[in-house]
Design a protein around this ligand. Structure first.
Ligand SMILES: [Zn+2]
Length: 237
């Protein structure tokens, strides 16, 4: 199945000249049609959450978001919503905005949204103590892997996030300096693991990971000893 080209009017307005960085994000993956940073980080959905945080009503957001222009610079994001629109020939006043937004705000929204969607009850233990399986909305299965410094996932969102941050060094810097993630990609399945382990940031995760590993290794060693003893007993008989 060919990948569908990512289209969000906010990122592709023909009557606006986007920054060089923004254009590079659009052009970078022209061939395989994957504009990861624009799609996963600077999305309309994430922008809506920001407007809501700034006290916009849902009606203002609904009208405004269709008329938004989002221009991603190397270090900041420019958001523009005009203060009026033309509807059926009439000039209609709407709530507008024209300002630069820190990429840290977008990264935080991403983290908050993933956290709120994370459901530890969807996790199923897999073959090993450091593996889980999670069922996606379409009934497909993803593997979630625990390592000492991060949790990885085989889902599309995780993969998209990885590429998105690879495209944007400043966003990556904010992801690393964020006290919660400290560089961990904020995928909802990753956070499901965090919730399952009862942790709220990467530091706590690393501690719980080691505890969990030690517990399972101890158990495994004990089991091996018992098996060895059983064999020895059998040998004596
Ligand atoms: Zn995932």
């Amino acid at each position: 199945m060919p990948a569908t080209k990512f289209v969000a009017l906010a990122h592709t307005r023909s009557n606006y000249t986007y920054s060089v960085f923004h254009q590079s994000l659009l052009l970078l993956h022209e061939n395989n049609s994957e504009d990861y940073a624009l799609k996963h980080l600077y999305s309309l959905e994430n922008t809506k959450v920001l407007l809501d945080k700034w006290g916009w009503t849902s009606e203002q957001i609904k009208v405004g978001i269709d008329n938004a222009t989002i221009d991603v610079y190397e270090k900041v994001v420019w958001l523009h919503i005009p203060s009026y629109i033309i509807k059926k020939g009439d000039r209609l006043k709407i709530r507008g905005i024209s300002r630069f937004i820190s990429k840290a705000d977008y990264v935080q929204v991403l983290i908050d949204r993933a956290w709120s969607k994370a459901d530890p009850y969807k996790l199923q233990p897999a073959n090993s103590w450091d593996e889980f399986v999670v069922m996606g909305n379409a009934g497909d299965f993803y593997e979630v892997n625990l390592t000492q410094h991060e949790v990885t996932c085989t889902c599309h969102a995780y993969r998209g996030l990885r590429f998105a941050f690879e495209q944007d060094a400043i966003a990556t810097r904010y992801l690393i300096s964020n006290p919660i993630t400290q560089g961990q990609l904020p995928d909802k399945h990753v956070f499901a693991i965090w919730k399952y382990l009862g942790v709220e940031n990467l530091q706590q995760y690393e501690y719980q990971f080691m505890e969990r590993r030690d517990r399972f290794l101890e158990k495994a060693t004990l089991w091996e000893w018992e098996a060895l003893e059983r064999n020895e007993e059998m040998a004596i008989w």
